[in-house]
Design a protein around this ligand. Structure first.
Ligand code: HPA
Length: 272
């Protein structure tokens, strides 16, 4: 079965079980499950039940697809995502995004936990992603292109929708939330960066770094979706000072920020 057919089978399985047409797809990063408290859940479908969906393995990441409404907007949300470092292929990492699009979602809202390299940032701050540097070793669109899914050579001049960025900036300003707008470096992990790597990433213009998001964003754009992405800064790595860091610290920092982050994203969705 080719990719297009797998997407259809997967989407049909979900469509038969849900009662509305999702317009917004959401992917939450490590520990950022706070939105679950705000969503009016219609269905929660374990990934393991959905044809062709991979299943998650990492602590702190859930494993189901949730549909329902958020401020009356029909949404489909992943609780937990598939990371390349877990060993999934790029097709597996990005497959749920394809399915969200096939379900009807025209907008993707995606978040992650990231290390901050911009000295103006501090732990717990949010960063709206305005651009990225793709440093993954493999491209999610490598291979034969299916024109039914998207074009061969997608434009990347404005990967993150400017209108959504402006809306989000205004919300943050109105709510008194510390927010930055910057460039995200996407790397495969699973090691955190060395001092020399953080320095290089900052030197080439990146403000935050993480191990996700870029493949999903590329596939969303390939499928014609509009994208909004934001990072929660969970640790700081400055050129002259890089501290030791653990996954537990990253989770703790993102969990601490989760309620505020959830409120921020919910407000953005309310205004879509
Ligand atoms: N580097 C890479 N990924 C991350 C980091 C980091 O510093 N923090 C959270 N995810």
């Amino acid at each position: 079965m080719d990719l297009f057919e797998k997407i259809q089978v997967s989407a049909s399985y979900i469509k038969e079980r849900i009662s509305n047409t999702p317009q917004i797809g959401m992917v939450l990063g490590s520990g950022l499950g706070g939105l679950m408290d705000i969503i009016k859940v219609d269905k929660e479908i374990p990934y393991s039940d959905i044809p062709f969906f991979p299943v998650t393995t990492v602590k702190g990441h859930g494993g189901s697809l949730v549909t329902g409404t958020l401020h009356d907007k029909p949404i489909v949300m992943m609780t937990g995502r598939f990371h390349y470092y877990e060993g999934y292929s790029m097709e597996q990492v990005t497959f749920p995004i394809r399915v969200m699009k096939a379900l009807g979602a025209h907008t993707l809202i995606i978040s992650n936990a990231a290390g901050g390299m911009n000295p103006a940032f501090k732990i717990g701050d949010f960063m709206i992603i305005k651009d990225h540097v793709n440093l993954f070793p493999e491209h999610p669109l490598r291979g034969p292109n299916d024109e039914r899914v998207g074009v061969r050579f997608p434009d990347m001049s404005e990967p993150y929708d400017n209108q959504l960025i402006q809306k989000a900036q205004k919300i943050a300003h109105d709510e008194g939330i510390d927010i930055h707008t910057g460039v995200y470096a996407g790397l495969q992990g699973p090691t955190f960066e060395t001092k020399a790597e953080y320095k290089m990433l900052h030197t080439i213009g990146c403000d935050a770094v993480g191990m996700s998001t870029v493949p999903e964003v590329i596939v969303a754009l390939h499928g014609g979706m509009r994208v909004f992405a934001a990072s929660v800064i969970t640790d700081m790595a400055l050129t002259d000072h890089v501290e030791r860091i653990t996954h537990e610290q990253v989770l703790a920092a993102s969990e601490a920020a989760a309620p505020k982050f959830a409120a921020f994203v919910a407000q953005l969705i309310a205004e879509l």
